[in-house]
Write a protein of this length. Structure first.
Length: 204
């Protein structure tokens, strides 16, 4: 998993609450066996009209947001099924950060396993960022995970959390900074695993 320290990118505003994983990546596109290639189908039912043409009313079809790396959305982002394809689609499209007041629990965990920063902010601050990004399609922000700060060129400087529990926040922040998913964390203890397997006779 690619480590995350700091990025500066365009902010795309998705002014919707309860965005579920079937809206993030519709089930019809889950037949692929690779982790890559899902970005083209991100928010497909919103991005495209029934005839397959881009929906001009959807935010990501605005040229100013097409290369956005930061998504700001409403509460309970990522609810619905537990499909890991949802963060796969987001990161394959180019998003490295999702800012919201709250996240669905399983989606939240899947973000950490795939190198996406789920940035928690209070509702009023999310509302401010949403309106700023909606009013300026080129609005850019820096997300600094080392200091857990969001900054822009207009003087904004606000702290964020990746988890509301302080201990979990620090653990997950460290994992993201070092590019560690669950498998990588396990392999940090490979010597102890080998020693145990030798002791019980699984390996020579």
């Amino acid at each position: 998993m690619e480590p995350f320290t700091k990025i500066t990118g365009v902010v795309a505003p998705l002014d919707r609450v309860n965005v579920d994983t079937d809206q993030i990546i519709p089930a019809v596109y889950l037949k692929r066996i690779e982790r890559t290639g899902f970005g083209q189908y991100l928010f497909a039912s919103w991005r495209f009209l029934p005839d397959g043409q881009p929906n001009p009313e959807f935010v990501l079809n605005n040229p100013g947001y097409r290369n956005a790396a930061i998504l700001v959305a409403g509460r309970n982002f990522g609810c619905g099924s537990s499909r890991e394809h949802a963060p796969w689609a987001l990161i394959d499209y180019g998003f490295r950060v999702v800012i919201a007041p709250s996240f669905a629990e399983i989606f939240h965990k899947n973000c950490f396993d795939n190198g996406i920063v789920p940035a928690h902010l209070p509702q009023d601050q999310v509302d401010h960022l949403m309106e700023t990004a909606k009013g300026n399609s080129g609005y850019r922000m820096t997300v600094d995970l080392e200091s857990c700060m969001l900054r822009d060129e207009e003087g904004l400087s606000v702290p964020f959390k990746v988890h509301n529990d302080p201990e979990v926040h620090e653990f997950r922040r460290s994992c993201l900074l070092n590019g560690l998913d669950d498998i990588s964390l396990t392999l940090l203890h490979e010597d102890k695993i080998d020693a145990y397997e030798r002791r019980i006779g699984l390996i020579n």
